[in-house]
Design a protein around this ligand. Structure first.
Ligand SMILES: Cc1cc2nc3c(=O)[nH]c(=O)nc-3n(C[C@H](O)[C@H](O)[C@H](O)COP(=O)(O)OP(=O)(O)OC[C@H]3O[C@@H](n4cnc5c(N)ncnc54)[C@H](O)[C@@H]3O)c2cc1C
Length: 434
């Protein structure tokens, strides 16, 4: 399968270049037993595993590549409340006002969970508070203002409006018309956070096996998860493989795989600039993204680089001249950065559901799945893991709130999704062009 050939490709990711990974965890090479087998070593899987181990469950976590290889080690680092664009609308349409508020509050709790874990497990991941949602046109400003008024009135969430007169004091750019500032959301180094979570899980007793793709999940009272060289017999399985899950075995969970679509999104990192120059770009250094459908997102790093992301690809194919395109978008916002070299570029897949609301649920009584974070997984995927752990421990209520959200399959189902995903993987060849 083409995807498998692409998996070994090394990318030129700023995140990978700025961490020292621990030695790989040994692959699963024999039959083992555990209370719970978690498939996937991103935020969702690691969070589930950590929560369960802290509750006294024995947990095996299988990761096909390395921990943080997927979206959790590649993303924009923006830790924000709420759900993917329109996700709130879908939830509000399907839920009572009271339940929609509960769902929103759980997303806010996801931010608090990040902070608690950073503190409790001493995870150094450069968290910086503040998030700007930016409107590029008066029409977009109007919609943004309506959203802000709705969020403050309906959810009591504090947000600050920055009109045309103020916006340039916050971002040294004339591209934006207005913004909403969220002081609680923020940004961090996503791979450092992910590796910190994995270290905490290991300390709590989770047995992590890297390079251990699960290719069969036999369901039943005592499910069995099989890898090439071993298998885990358990009481519960948690599938947290994101858009990659179906690539390792057609029968793992075909009924849920077609509910998410892999959308390619790509990032660049500049060379470092001086602290003063970086500070002058964005007041207080918040995370930022615009409200366009194909959105640009950016933030400054602790070592004074600008990270800039965008150029979504729904076809799965990477855009041509990717670096040039994203650099052009960056210069559209900050033309004053034209002298900076682009030292890193990488990409990954966001797991989008049709209605942009998250998709959690259960297959039978003991196989759980967590997916569909629709670009909001940094805070929400960790929270999803906590809810799955609560449910396995018998407290179903909060998990079931999300499991009630109705989702539709993408047209064409897995048949259309797979070629798109495979094409998108070709992008990773980009790496050394710099
Ligand atoms: C470029 C980019 C920018 C983004 N920016 C943001 C952002 O700024 N803010 C935000 O909130 N979200 C953002 N996201 C989305 C966010 O990163 C994801 O929602 C989140 O990381 C999902 O976590 P996860 O654990 O579900 O999946 P992943 O982190 O993708 O982890 C899934 C893991 O499962 C493994 N796996 C899959 N199948 C198997 C199998 N059969 N056996 C064993 N292992 C398997 C994979 O190898 C992978 O490591 C971005 C995503 C990308 C790609």
């Amino acid at each position: 399968m083409l995807l498998k050939k692409e998996l070994g490709v090394v990318e030129n990711s700023y995140y990978e270049a700025s961490v020292t990974r621990p030695r790989p965890c040994a692959p699963l090479s024999r039959p083992v037993t555990a209370d719970v087998c978690v498939v996937g070593g991103g935020y969702a899987g690691l969070s589930t595993a950590l929560e369960l181990a802290e509750r006294g469950y024995s947990v095996v976590l299988l990761e096909a590549q390395r921990v943080g290889w997927g979206a959790s080690g590649r993303n924009g680092g923006q830790a924000i409340v709420g759900f993917g664009a329109d996700g709130e609308c879908a939830i509000e349409k399907q839920f009572s006002a009271q339940d929609a508020k509960r769902a929103w509050d759980i997303s806010v709790e996801g931010l608090q969970l990040l902070h608690d874990r950073m503190k409790r497990h001493a995870i150094e991941c450069e968290f910086t508070p503040g998030y700007l949602s930016l409107a590029v046109k008066p029409r977009k400003s109007k919609a943004l203002r309506e959203w802000m008024d709705h969020a403050t009135a309906t959810y009591g969430y504090p947000l600050q409006w920055l009109g045309p007169a103020e916006i340039t004091q916050w971002v040294a750019s004339d591209r934006f018309h207005a913004a909403v500032f969220d002081a609680r959301s923020g940004h961090l180094h996503p791979l450092k956070y992910c590796l910190g979570l994995a270290a905490a899980a290991r300390r709590a007793g989770v047995r992590i096996h890297e390079n251990s793709a699960a290719f069969v999940v036999e369901r039943g009272e005592q499910p069995r998860v099989k890898t090439a060289q071993g298998e885990c017999r358990c009481s519960f399985v948690v599938l947290a493989g994101n858009v990659y899950l179906g690539e390792y075995g057609d029968d793992i969970a075909p009924e849920v795989v077609a509910r998410i679509m892999p959308v390619g999104t790509y990032m660049i990192a500049t060379e470092p600039m001086s602290r003063e120059r970086a500070d002058a770009l964005m007041r207080g250094r918040p995370a930022a993204s615009d409200t366009n459908f194909i959105l640009d997102y950016f933030r400054l790093t602790a070592d004074h680089r600008l990270l800039f992301g965008g150029a979504d690809s729904y076809s799965g194919a990477a855009p041509r001249d990717l670096i040039g395109r994203i650099r052009a978008s960056m210069l559209g916002v900050f033309p004053q950065l034209a002298d900076l070299a682009i030292l890193h570029a990488w990409g990954g897949f966001v797991d989008i559901t049709m209605n942009k609301a998250p998709n959690f649920g259960r297959l039978g009584s003991n196989v759980y799945y967590l997916q569909g974070f629709s670009g909001h997984g940094l805070a929400l995927a960790g929270m999803a893991g906590k809810l799955a752990a609560e449910a396995i421990a018998g407290q179903m209520e909060r998990f079931d709130l999300f499991a009630r959200i109705r989702h539709r399959h993408f047209p064409g189902g897995a048949l259309m999704r797979t070629p798109a995903l495979l094409l998108g993987m070709l992008y990773y060849r980009l790496r050394d062009a710099l």
